[in-house]
Design a protein around this ligand. Structure first.
Ligand code: GTP
Ligand code: MG
Length: 203
C-alpha cells in the first residue's frame, strides 16, 4: 500500500468527541518526546500534519487523522484512522493533569470500538522506563494488541540497534515480541509499518 492522503479530523478528550465515521484505528502511545507525532508525519509524508516539538508535552488531546491507503495491486483505496495520543511520564506535568490524562486515555483504550492495535513507542537509546513497562503491562492485561516501535534509530550505530532491541525485550519481560526499529528522518521502518497496516486493512 501507499498512503496517498492524510488529513486532520478531530481532537477529543471524551468519547462524544470521537469521529463518527466507522474506520479502523491505529493508536500511537509513548512517553513525551519519544517521537509519536514525528512518526505520524513520516508515515504520511505530510510535514507538520502532527505538531512536533522539542518540548515534551506538546500533544494534549486525542488527535484523529484520516488516512487514505491505496493498494498497489488493485489501485483501490481504503480509509483508516491514525490516533495520536498525549505522551505519558512527563515529570513536569502537574499531578492533577496526570490523573486526567490517565482517565481520558483509559476511556479511549477501553471503549474505542474501532481500535485495532496500539503502537507503543520507546526510545531505542534508553532502557524502557517504569512508565513504559506499566503502560505495556496494562495494554497486555486489557487484551489490546501492541506493536513496540523503537524510535530514533538514527541516533545510534547500526551495530547497536539489535543490542538495544534485545535490551528492550528483556526489560519488558517478553521473549517473542516483534520490535520495529524506526527513524522518522530516515524513514527507516516505514515500509515494515505499512506492511502491518496492510494486513490490518485486508482483514
Ligand atoms: P509529545 O507530543 O510531547 O508527547 O511528543 P512526541 O512523542 O509527539 O514527540 P515529537 O514527534 O514531537 O518529537 C520530539 C523530538 O524528537 C523532536 O525534536 C523531534 O524532531 C525528535 N525526533 C522524533 N523522532 C525522531 C527520530 O526518529 N530521529 C531523530 N533524530 N529525532 C527524532
Ligand atoms: Mg506529539
Amino acid at each position: 500500500i501507499n498512503i496517498i492522503r492524510a488529513k486532520y479530523i478531530a481532537s477529543a478528550v471524551k468519547k462524544a468527541q470521537y469521529p463518527e465515521e466507522r474506520l479502523k484505528e491505529i493508536a500511537f502511545i509513548g512517553r513525551s518526546n519519544v517521537g509519536k507525532s514525528s512518526l505520524i508525519n513520516s508515515l504520511t509524508r505530510v510535514h507538520n500534519l502532527a505538531r512536533v516539538s522539542g518540548q515534551p508535552g506538546k500533544t494534549q488531546t486525542i488527535n484523529f487523522y484520516e488516512l487514505t491507503a491505496r493498494f498497489n495491486e488493485t489501485g483501490k483505496d481504503k480509509l483508516f484512522h491514525l490516533v495520536d495520543l498525549p505522551g505519558y511520564g512527563y515529570a513536569k506535568t502537574a499531578q492533577t493533569n496526570r490523573k486526567q490524562w490517565a482517565k481520558f486515555i483509559e476511556e479511549y483504550f477501553l471503549h474505542s470500538e474501532h481500535l485495532q492495535f496500539v503502537c507503543q513507542l520507546i526510545d531505542i537509546r534508553h532502557e524502557p522506563m517504569k512508565s513504559d513497562k506499566e503502560m505495556f503491562d496494562w495494554l497486555i492485561k486489557n487484551n489490546i494488541p501492541v506493536l513496540i516501535i523503537a524510535t530514533k534509530a538514527d541516533k545510534i550505530s547500526r551495530g547497536a540497534v539489535n543490542k538495544q532491541i534485545a535490551q528492550i525485550r528483556k526489560s519488558l519481560g517478553v521473549k517473542e515480541i516483534d520490535i520495529l526499529p524506526y527513524s522518522s528522518p530516515k524513514k527507516q521502518g516505514r515500509a515494515e509499518l505499512l506492511n502491518v497496516i496492510y494486513e490490518m486493512l485486508v482483514d
